[in-house]
Design a protein around this ligand. Structure first.
Ligand code: SPV
Ligand code: MG
Length: 286
């Protein structure tokens, strides 16, 4: 009843042309993403930080991100892909991170080539990246210390975010794939998909490509698939929708002075009981 069984992220990738992943920051949001049909959940550093009302800037520690990811994975029948930012430091931190996340049953992590401490990709200000060889070294470390064959390491480049150009993005991804990355994530903050399409035109396909279409929402999943993308992460839409709903709900209660008008619009307590698997728990007492 309590223990969930789930396929590894690598197994899920083998079953789908394109894997659809939803961002989440706690078990309940992850369960709702699973219910909608997503094949995996992204434990988003942005969402996990924002849930604490903190900037996504390497403020929380590895153990706090591990706790969030592990609580997600424990509640799900689908794998969690963990956004591990920069790997929480240097090579030693990366090695420790892989050990800890694998021990928690996590089957996929993503690391980005920014310097530690990182800052969210959409924040104003300059992004500093590690030299290619230094980040490739972190990827090599992660792959060298993994203890299960299936463990999946995604290397994310912020070259386009940092304005370093397409040549740099492509050559970094090639170097990361050659260092052993199982996939590359190329991030963009452009308002259209053009930059990612240009990257895909240049990409030789040596490992799968992962995208995060936050600023370029106008790209249907069928076209994404045809474009040669293997994994799409809708990184923060759940949290953004939560904000809209909570804001509206709290205001409505405060302004109306009662909750009559609101009741038909919000989930029932019974709905929450079902997600908590309350009936299964109550059998323990029967
Ligand atoms: C996250 O969801 O934490 C990500 C994606 O890393 S982004 O916020 O676009 O950097
Ligand atoms: Mg992040």
């Amino acid at each position: 009843m309590l223990k969930r069984t789930y396929p590894s992220f690598r197994t899920v990738l083998g079953r789908h042309d394109v894997v659809r992943v939803a961002g989440a920051h706690h078990a309940l949001s992850g369960v709702l993403a699973q219910e909608a049909g997503f094949q995996a959940v992204w434990s988003s550093s942005f969402e996990v930080s924002a849930a604490r009302c903190l900037p996504d800037a390497s403020i929380l520690t590895m153990t706090e991100f591990l706790d969030a990811a592990s609580n997600l994975q424990k509640a799900l029948d689908i794998p969690v892909v963990v956004d591990c930012d920069t790997g929480y430091g240097g090579n030693y931190n990366v090695a420790h991170m892989v050990h800890e996340f694998e021990a928690a049953g996590i089957t996929a992590v993503c690391m980005e080539d920014k310097t530690f401490p990182k800052l969210n990709s959409f924040a104003d200000g300059r992004q500093a990246l590690l030299p290619t060889t230094a980040f490739a070294g972190k990827i090599r470390t992660a792959k060298a210390v993994q203890s299960t064959e299936d463990f999946y390491v995604i290397a994310r480049t912020e070259a386009l975010i940092a304005g370093m150009g397409m040549d740099e993005a492509v050559s970094r991804c090639q170097a990361y794939a050659d260092a052993g990355a199982d996939a590359v994530l190329v991030h963009s903050k452009k308002p259209t998909k053009d930059e990612i399409v240009a990257f895909l035109d240049r990409w030789d396909g040596r490992v799968p490509v992962v995208i995060v279409p936050t600023t370029y929402p106008d790209w249907h999943i069928d076209e994404v698939r045809e474009g040669g993308v293997s994994v799409v992460i809708y990184a923060n839409h759940g949290m953004r929708a939560t904000l809209t709903t909570l804001r509206k709900t709290y205001r409505a209660i405060y302004e109306a002075g009662d909750t009559m008008a609101l009741e038909p619009e919000i989930a029932s307590v019974r709905d929450i009981f079902d997600l908590q698997r309350m009936a299964d728990w109550q059998k323990l007492d029967a």
